[in-house]
Design a protein around this ligand. Sequence first.
Ligand code: ADP
Ligand code: MG
Length: 662
Amino acid sequence: MDLLDLKGVGPKKKELLNKLDINSISDLYNYYPNSFEDRRNKAICSKANIGVKYYFQWIITSKAKLIRTKNGLITYLYAKEENSLDKIKIIWFNDRFSASKLIVGKTYKFYTKIDYENGIYLAYNPMFAELDDESIGSIIPVYGLTAGLNQKNISNFINEALDYYDKSEEIFDKLLLDRFNLESKYDNLLEVHKPTSKEKLLKAKSQLKILDFTKELIFLDCLNKEYNYKDDINLIYNLDEILEKIPFELTRSQLIALKEILEDANDSKLMNRLLIGDVGSGKTIIAIIVMIVFAINSYQSAMMVPTEVLAIQQFEKNREFVESFGLKLELLTGSSKNKDKVKNDLLNGKIDIVIGTHALIQDDVKYKNLKLVINDEQQRFGVFQRQDLALKAKKVNYLSMTATPIPRTLSLKIAKILDLSMITELPKGRKPINTKVISISLEKLLVEKLKENIKVGRQIYIVTNNINSCDNNSLENLFKRYKEYFKNFTVKKLHGEMKAADKEKTLKDFSDGKIDILISTTVIEVGIDIKNANTMVIYNAINFGLSTLHQLRGRVGRGNYESFCYLVSNDTNKNSKLNILVNSQDGFEIARKDYDLRGGGKILSSIQHGRNLDQIEYLTMTKKEIDKSFEILDFTKKTNYENVNLSEIEKFFDEDKRIILN
Ligand code: ADP
Ligand code: MG
């Protein structure tokens, strides 16, 4: 059955649903609401508080009248309540249709705030419905939308889709559900899409999380069992000798992670590991050391990063270090000039380690003896790109790295099924980054601050969200303005649309301290590491997600200098989401709050869409829910999955099953 088979879904609506990642009937009923609105609070005008929304029942007493004003069209009519003489005037601005749907003498449900003036109650552009319509008077799910689809559309589609619920999605049998005091997935879905009470709704939401999460856990568990990709590698190395050459001491958790990775790599099983650490925790050096160990043992490694700018920088920064072991490091991006030579040298084995972008997974890139692939900023890549990287060689060890946080309670448990290493601290001596929200009207003051900072030798990033628009704070306009402000200093720009050679030169010059101010787009969001740059100014800050802002801020505070982050915005009030950054430097806490603001879409959706585990979704799970999920997992394992519909889980197994994991 196809989406098109539903009433009201034509090609246009189908396309819109696809935009929301809804591609099947099952996707529809698995599309969880972001939030709920309780529209049960019923009132009569005389008891209602002004400014609060209530559910009313009003009888229409007059026909609609229409007035044209210089500000537009006004339509109004009168209504009353049963057994009351109070007069209610209902007014619509620029909406000539709503009033015409209301029939004199008939009673309707309204959901609206009211006002009171000169003895008359007033309601403006109220939501209304027929008496038998449940969209008023009950708890209403609120779904994530896209332009062209409204709540009513989605809600109708979902209700119809529920009639075609695929029973094979019930992964646990009745026995197991009863044992753990759970309702079926279907019953929970019904409650979430058509809530009957707050208590039941909360319970259903929680149970769906447990059901979905447990499904993921069982999937991972099966995967681990199936997966016995043998490896005959035997890495010989002297870690102390390598560590001696690093200009700093690894933190305790870096060292633990490094050892875990090396042990895992040396194990008789192919490695498939995820390294998690907040921005600036020092993941790169771990990756480089592991690649050096492989290279010393004559195995090639490839590290894929999401942007060219980052590839260039990691290459530049690590070349000398790698070469000091007599090894060859190369760079490969879409616009490398020496592409053919690099490809040749990868094939004949002259290159030991290659750092690059998506260019690394092109068909014509072949390796002599590739044994390790690393995916930096893993969350930036799709499953298929990661898979392509891992399939570049027959037996390849895989390490992915990310700053995406997972709650500690979960990571400890999930580490038992998923190979996971965590860097849990920042290098010593890091000071918190002074973060301030400032209004654009204070730009002159900001400029003075920046000047002082440059005069003592530091450098500055300025970031904005668009390159060339009429926006006063577009990259081009900022560039013009800052060139004026900083006549005696070097101001340069950097963005994705520049030629690769120019990008490379600009980044190198900035890194070498030849540029004082770099005005950039988010191409510098991830990875970039320049210690002398201690100030990040973000224009149009309110237009970025909190996690992006946290990443951007993570570009500074990497050396021993006191560092600053200025979030320029017109919204400087205390409740602005930007204040979350002012008050926290903790990636996990910020992600958690970001999630609260954005609301959740689906709770977990990785398997269904072949996506990676989207850790953000775990952020809303309570310890109790996590514990219960693991309890169920343990039980099903013990009973050899007797109560589990494994075929539903196996459906999602892919050709190379390992990469989906992380
Ligand atoms: P991320 O985890 O965000 O990728 P990076 O690997 O870019 O972080 O590291 C951030 C900076 O900290 C780099 O300049 C790196 O050289 C430095 N660094 C890494 N580990 C340490 C350490 N143990 N002590 C001091 N500096 C470190
Ligand atoms: Mg990094």
